[in-house]
Ligand binder design. Structure first.
Ligand code: 9YT
Length: 134
């Protein structure tokens, strides 16, 4: 059994600040917990747009608070995000994530992140060598 609080994770190396300055991520559970996924609390900053394309991962995102929208690049569809909204990037969808106000999101990644990943130039996370050889 593993128990952690958001507060203790925020005050540790589990908190990652994005290089774009548009979000941070508190990675409460990572690959080394051996759960088969990683679990993060992400804060999307107000009045920001982040291009994202997780070519190597599936992600589920649940909005806890705040307002924004997500636009899928292939078809230009725009979906509002508000508290209670869940979106599932089941097709590795390339997208633009916009926060109108600060948004708190609960995020699950499969395969799990190992810890310190930040987006590459495409808005993706690389698969770690450790993950590839599993
Ligand atoms: C919603 C989203 O993907 N935001 C970017 C950060 C990501 N959730 C993470 O690394 O926690």
């Amino acid at each position: 059994m593993i128990v952690r609080t958001l507060e203790e994770c925020e005050n540790s190396a589990r908190k990652i600040e994005s290089e774009t300055g548009t979000w941070n991520s508190v990675r409460m559970s990572l690959k080394d917990d051996n759960m088969g996924f990683s679990f993060h609390i992400t804060t999307i900053y107000a009045n920001t747009e982040t291009p994202i394309w997780y070519q190597n991962h599936l992600e589920a995102v649940y909005c806890i608070s705040g307002e924004g929208e997500i636009e899928t690049v292939d078809d230009g569809k725009v979906y509002p995000i508000k508290p209670g909204t869940l979106y599932l990037l089941d097709k590795h969808d390339q997208h633009l994530l916009r926060g109108f106000s600060e948004m708190k999101m609960a995020c699950v990644f499969n395969p799990p992140l190992i810890g310190n990943e930040v987006h590459n130039k495409d808005g993706a996370y690389e698969l770690s060598a450790e993950t590839v050889t599993d």
